[in-house]
Unconditional design. Structure first.
Length: 101
């Protein structure tokens, strides 16, 4: 089992949901968050501009291993087509799956 954390600006909400559904994810949660960037060099324009909060979303996904590659592939494909500064960002964390047996 993998834990995926995905951040995106609110404008990408439907896109992220579609990516997750089409990648085989069975369930996920998401919530509104405020993105803030203090130094453009550190996060490579994660939220666009310095000193401005950005309405963003944080998706939390517990996924089977077989879905993770598809999620990354679909997010990378989406990001490669974007002409905006903002992209969908994802991180994967290994998790103990004792609760999922």
């Amino acid at each position: 089992m993998k834990l995926l954390l995905i951040t995106a600006v609110e404008e990408f909400e439907k896109d992220v949901i579609n990516i997750l559904k089409n990648s085989g994810v069975r369930s996920f949660t998401y919530q509104s968050v405020k993105g803030f960037q203090n130094d453009k060099n550190e996060m490579n324009n994660l939220f666009g501009k310095d000193d401005i909060t950005v309405d963003s979303l944080l998706f939390t996904v517990f996924s089977e291993y077989n879905c993770v590659d598809r999620i990354y592939k679909n997010i990378n494909e989406f990001n490669s087509k974007q002409q905006t500064v903002s992209h969908i960002h994802i991180v994967t964390i290994n998790s103990e799956d004792e609760n999922f047996n």
